[in-house]
Design a protein around this ligand. Structure first.
Ligand code: CMP
Length: 138
């Protein structure tokens, strides 16, 4: 079925000038853009968005990284969107990501890994609503 996922182009990839290249890969893979903006998360935003990781040793580093500059947030629509997008971006650790994936091409490390992709339909809806008002979604 056609459904939606949520993505962020993270501060590392924005800093390096990869917004255009990453959006091109997303469009070429057949995803329709249903919402899109440049935004920056506050510390409170990042702590809430990543609450599930709050007990992990890397949580402080993750919040610091995700708030250090602007991100591109987007909602993407496609058949099998969540799983197909995770295939397109590749493994969390770019060293383990398949050839041609966004993380293989643009990510530097497991922490600074260029892009986010929701891990379930339920989280895609929660994460999309976190960043976009109803009138920003098409
Ligand atoms: P993502 O899967 O988008 O969301 C959780 C993030 O936590 C993950 O991307 C990485 O950016 C980060 N992360 C996961 N594991 C580690 C780790 N071992 N060290 C630092 N950051 C990590």
């Amino acid at each position: 079925a056609t459904n939606r996922t949520f993505t962020m182009i993270k501060p590392d990839a924005v800093e390096k000038g990869h917004i255009g290249a990453i959006l091109e890969k997303i469009s070429s893979a057949g995803f329709k853009i249903a919402a899109l903006k440049l935004t920056q998360m506050t510390k409170a935003d990042a702590e809430a968005f990543y609450a599930i990781h709050s007990e992990r040793p890397f949580f402080g580093e993750l919040v610091e990284f995700m708030t250090r500059g602007p991100i591109v947030a987007a909602i993407l629509e496609k058949e099998n969107a969540v799983d197909d997008f995770r295939t397109l971006i590749g493994a969390t650790n770019p060293a383990e990501a398949a050839e041609g994936t966004i993380r293989k091409l643009y990510a530097a490390s497991i922490g600074e890994n260029a892009v986010h992709g929701s891990d379930s339909d339920e989280n895609a809806a929660i994460e999309g609503a976190f960043h976009f008002a109803g009138r920003e979604q098409f």
